[in-house]
Every structure is written in C-alpha cells, then in structure tokens.
Design a protein around this ligand. Structure first.
Ligand code: Z5A
Length: 229
C-alpha cells in the first residue's frame, strides 16, 4: 500500500484487467471513513492488490495546500461558491497527479471523500446549485467516476459525538457547523445513494466497528468477484 500525503483517461476506457479500481468513502464527520479506509487497504494487501490510500481535499503536496486554505478557520470568510471552486481545484490537482496515474498503473485507489462530498456538503449543506456542481465535475474529472462508493451512514449526533470524542477542540470550518448543517449533508448523501444504488453501497455505520467492517468487506468481495479478482 502506498500512502499519499494525490493521464488523461478514465478507468472505464481501459480493459477490466488492466486498470485499478477507484474506491471512495463518504459520510458525515465521525462516520468512521478514515478507520475503514485503512481496513480496506489491509484487505486489498491481503489479496496482493496494490493500493494507494489518499484523501480529499488534498492527497498531493499541492492539493494539501489548497486543503489548508479551504479548511482553516481564518479571519477571511469563504463564500459557498468559492469553497466549491477550491474543492474542485484541489480535486483537479489530485486527479492529474495521483489518481489517474495510479489507476493507469493498475493500482487501486482508496480515497477518503470525492465529488459526492461536494454534492452533499456544498450542494446539500450550503445550497449550491447541483447543476453547477455537475458541470464543474464534468470539466474537472470528465468520465472518471468511482467504481464503488462506501457511504458510511449514521445519525448525526452519533457522528459528531464520535468526532468530538477524538478531538475536543473545533479546528476547521466544517467542524464549527451546527447539527442542522450535517442533517442536510446526511440527507443529500442518502438521496445520492437512492439515485445510484449500483455504485453507492449504503453501510450502517452506527454499528460496532467489527460489524461495519463486515458490511464493507462483503461489498468489496462482490466488487472483486465482478472483476474476476
Ligand atoms: N469537504 C467538503 O465540504 N467538500 C468536498 O468536496 C470534500 C470535503 C472533499 C474534510 O475534513 C472536510 O472537508 C469535511 C468535509 C469537507 N468536513 N467535515 N465534516 P476531514 O477530512 O478532516 O474530516 P472528516 O472527513 O469529517 O473525517 P473525520 O472527522 O476524521 O471522520 P471519519 O474519518 O469519518 O471518522 P474516523 O476518524 O475514522 O472515526 C472517528 C472516531 O470514531 C474515531 O475515534 C474512531 O475510532 C471512532 N469510530 C469509527 N468507527 C466506529 C464505530 N463503528 N463504532 C465506534 N467508534 C467508531
């Protein structure tokens, strides 16, 4: 497994045996994405599948600098439109420098958040026009889509309690948001899962970690079987 601190073709254009698969993890804060992403990489390593674990916003040195700008609670406010543009700016760097080259080498990508996060946070949470988000997505990543998205779903108070039990101080602009914001984000995620049930696997993340892991591994087993791996 390669840990990143982020070719111009889509996996869909390659033969099924030549390319890596693109797996994303989504969910509200404290859903367990980082924990499960590491578990997914262990599972892949156990099957001798090379994988890169990465995250958004960020994933490459330059994209991590954009992450700092968009997450830090500085003195200057960011409008929802600017926030959306920064998410896609970081994503464009990440895709070009890390995601596409790794997939082209046949490696799998395990990415903690991707464009579904923009749909849920900037679309659902901030009220940005979904059509504009889709037009930015089309320009920034074209037909590159995750092959499988693991949506870790749990009630908002539970997610926030888990996140806050890990670190008491509010350190970024999203952590400072009220519960109602995260309820809108969760609702947007659930709507996406309803719309794309083939790609988005809904995982009950309110259960104990071992039970969550079992659901995730079952989804991955089905994915790998479909790929003949
Ligand atoms: N953002 C956006 O707005 N638009 C975009 O397009 C993108 C992102 C790409 C990134 O913050 C922020 O950027 C994010 C959305 C926004 N903000 N929010 N919210 P981040 O990466 O720093 O934060 P995060 O993505 O929310 O991650 P997180 O808070 O670290 O949560 P997590 O990764 O889902 O959870 P975790 O660290 O794996 O687990 C949290 C704790 O719960 C930890 O102590 C675990 O041991 C525990 N845990 C995990 N699972 C369980 C279970 N099943 N039972 C009990 N305890 C558990």
């Amino acid at each position: 497994m390669t840990e990143s601190p982020g070719a111009a073709h889509s996996p869909a254009q390659d033969g099924p045996r030549n390319r890596g698969l693109f797996i994303t993890l989504e969910g509200i804060e404290g859903a367990g994405k980082s924990t499960i992403a590491r578990r997914v990489c262990e599972w892949l390593a156990g099957r001798s599948i090379r994988a890169t674990l990465t995250r958004e916003p960020g994933g490459t040195p330059l994209a991590e600098r954009v992450r700092q700008i968009v997450l830090e609670r500085g003195e200057e406010p960011l409008s929802p439109v600017t926030e959306t543009l920064l998410m896609f700016a970081a994503r464009g760097i990440h895709i070009g420098s890390l995601i596409r080259p790794a997939l082209a080498r046949g490696e799998w990508i395990v990415c903690d958040r991707f464009t579904d996060a923009t749909r849920a946070y900037q679309g659902g949470g901030r009220g940005i026009d979904p059509a504009w988000i889709e037009s930015l997505a089309a320009q920034v990543h074209g037909d590159l889509q995750p092959d499988c998205t693991l949506l870790l779903d749990l009630p908002v108070p539970m997610g926030l309690a888990r996140a806050r039990s890990r670190k008491a101080a509010v350190t970024d602009r999203f952590e400072a948001e009220a519960q109602a914001f995260f309820e809108r984000v969760r609702a947007a995620y659930l709507e996406l899962a309803q719309r794309e049930p083939q790609r988005i696997h809904l995982i009950d993340a309110s259960r104990p970690l071992e039970a969550v892991e079992r659901q995730v591994i079952a989804a991955l087993e089905r994915l790998a079987q479909g790929e003949g791996r």
